[in-house]
Design a protein around this ligand. Sequence first.
Ligand code: 2M8
Length: 436
Amino acid sequence: MKEELIIKAKEILEANFQEGGFTIPCQGLYPFQWKWDSGFIAIGLAYYNIKNAKREIETLLNAQWENGFIPHIVFHNDSDTYFPGADFHKSELHPLASKEYRSTGMAQPPVTGFVLQKMLNIAEDKEDMLQFIDTQIDKVFENHKYFYQHRDIHNEGLVYIYHNWESGTDNSPIWDDIWKTMDPPKYSFERRDTTHVDPSQRPSKREYDYYLHIIEIAKEHNYDDAKIAELSPFLVQDPLFNAMLIKSNAALIDLYEKLGNNKEKVSQLKKWQEKSIKGFNAKLYDAELGAYVHYDLRNNKPIRFISSSSFAPLYAGIPDMERAKQMVNTMMEKFGGEDKYLCASFDPTSDRFNPKKYWRGPVWINLNWILFYGLKSYGFTKIAERVKQDSIELVEKEGFYEYFDSRKEIRKTEAGGYGGNNFSWSAALLIDLINN
Ligand code: 2M8
């Protein structure tokens, strides 16, 4: 059965691979290259097609801006099946944007550092992979430098995101109170996502108004970071995003040390790392909730809700053992009942939980993958194993969907796979999970 899953996963990755040397997340719904998707995809590809795994990283990093910024979507190709596309985002407004590739002007979780490290672990020919990493690693370093220089406005070691699309957890209930502070115009535009996916599983039209409005503000100021920090109604320190940066810092330190001759970069990374871990633990841990939470920088307050992002710091080794235990208790109490698959993307005991709607509740394979390794590294082997087995069972039962219902009982009457099907990161990360 596992062999069949791997064969199917490879078929999906092959079908989603594009001529330009990158993989789309899903046909129709997401027809371009997405930043964190690409990273997860490269991990899966590294098991059986090193050449394409490398190209995936190269094609993403080729679109880096002169200031080190790496965009969340690279529009290598034209497609009218997605909104908003290149003509809406207009990355060319920023003076340092890539002249060769059009893109968005926003980021996504910085996974590329730890992806390179993971590729090295997977590759059989380590020497060859190290040589490849040597050609790419400085770009990732420059990306981290960009974050620390432009997005840590209070010098806390914590970087902000200015848009929910930067978080990757697009319509999470975490943002609901921020939307209440805004009153954007009702834009007229043609949604494309809801022609591919049942609208009840996607964000609402009004939510899209908020999303577009933040981009309009950024565009008015040519995507200038300082202006965005000053004016964006959405300015958040996200525990998932920052944990990915910290995990990638650690990976870069390890890789530079393996490559030798990079003392200055290693010492810079270590400085960032120390400060970030300290700032993270001091500011984002909510002892009462027993988990890390987001912080709303614009409105100066913590956002006190638990989501799967709250547990991502385990993957980056951020909490001490005592906190890690509290976090696991919280996770098992709220998300881990026998009637549920691990791990819902939002607190199932909250009245904001929605089991079918995108990032408001469903299980996502990439977050499960992050949790699997995080739990394992702290010695929570049994729970880690459950996260892995639940992920495999969901895909076996439903197919390689984008997200899944966490409630076991609904399977008696209906299917529980939602969003896009033949979804690339579900395929790529399943290959890795099965191999570990
Ligand atoms: C989803 O986000 C895009 C915008 O970036 C969308 O809904 O149009 C998110 O799940 C995001 O995390 C993911 O990278 C992207 C492509 O899979 O889709």
